[in-house]
Write a protein that binds this ligand. Structure first.
Ligand SMILES: C[S@@+](CC[C@H](N)C(=O)[O-])C[C@H]1O[C@@H](n2cnc3c(N)ncnc32)[C@H](O)[C@@H]1O
Ligand SMILES: [Zn+2]
Length: 283
């Protein structure tokens, strides 16, 4: 069963339905959004942009793509795929949104697993960075690609079964609006020991922050239905992988000159990955 195209979007200017008309998405008030040659659509209104080139830069996206493609975080991709597969077991049709998809490494792995069971799948990668969405489309042209913000997601109410948000910026009210009554938010966030060796090298003092608080999401009839702490050790990183990791994380940009010099001297290291996979569901 193939991946399916989106059939309806929301106009970011007036929230009315956007329907595809050739290479354009158009609303009843004649707002038009062209499909880029890479196959994605940019629905981020200029007035909602805080910078000319919001989100992760081209350089960060390229570094993350190359790092993830080398398989270092494959245990996490597999754990996410198994989690979503279990949540959606038995459904014939599924719609999944990756909100802040980056270059869609995790989304694509999840889709590959779901497609094995013959489900009809509509999968969408959304990111505020056009570089991320371009990278998502070049990973898999059948993934739907949207440049937009999690603050205003241009998808209809009750349209998604799963919202995936890995190392991202969740906006729970939007995620809940999009989800069908039996839908789930699937999150991956760093735990206190994540990349601890790298952080010890870079910073004078290392804080072991607890995993992000999600209590704001657990209101009304929403509850935490799964919390799984995944810990693994990476293979020995090559110099190239280590450089990619530094570019794709905020650590390089936050580090002092001394910290960067210490990090540059690290060689032949393995790193601890410490990630919490949490699922927020409706009761
Ligand atoms: C740390 S990266 C994680 C990317 C991907 N989910 C992954 O795990 O590889 C965070 C991503 O969120 C995007 N982002 C930042 N602010 C956003 C927003 N308001 N709405 C949607 N995406 C956003 C960035 O451009 C970046 O691609
Ligand atoms: Zn409109």
């Amino acid at each position: 069963m193939p991946l399916m195209p989106l059939t309806q979007l929301l106009c970011p200017l007036d929230q009315s339905a956007l329907l595809q008309d050739g290479n354009t998405w158009r609303c009843e008030n004649n707002h038009c959004f062209d499909i880029a040659k890479q196959g994605y659509v940019n629905l981020l209104p200029v007035q909602n942009k805080k910078s000319l080139d919001p989100g992760d830069s081209r350089e960060m996206i390229t570094a993350r793509r190359d790092f993830l493609n080398s398989g270092v975080y494959q245990p996490l991709a597999e754990a996410l795929a198994n989690t979503v597969d279990t949540l959606c077991d038995g459904r014939q049709q599924l719609a999944i949104l990756d909100a802040g998809c980056g270059e869609a490494y995790y989304l694509n792995t999840v889709c590959e697993q779901l497609l094995k069971s013959g489900v009809e799948l509509t999968a969408t990668g959304l990111d505020i960075s056009k570089w991320a969405v371009r990278s998502c489309k070049s990973r898999n042209a059948k993934l739907n690609g949207l440049v937009a913000s999690n603050r205003q997601i241009p998808l209809p109410d009750n349209s998604q079964d799963i919202v995936l948000c890995t190392f991202g910026f969740p906006v729970y009210s939007e995620f809940k609006r999009l989800l069908k009554p039996n839908g789930h938010i699937v999150m991956a966030d760093p735990g206190p020991e994540h990349l601890i060796e790298l952080r010890k090298a870079i910073y004078e003092t290392v804080r072991r922050n607890p995993v992000t608080d999600i209590s704001a999401a657990l209101e009304d009839n929403w509850h935490l239905s799964l919390s799984n702490n995944l810990q693994f050790t990476t293979p020995v990183l090559s110099a190239a992988q280590f450089e990619q990791l530094l570019v794709m994380t905020p650590h390089l940009y936050r580090a002092s000159r001394e910290g960067r010099e210490r990090a540059a001297k690290l060689q032949d290291i393995t790193l601890s990955a410490d990630v919490f996979i949490r699922v927020i569901s409706q009761t």
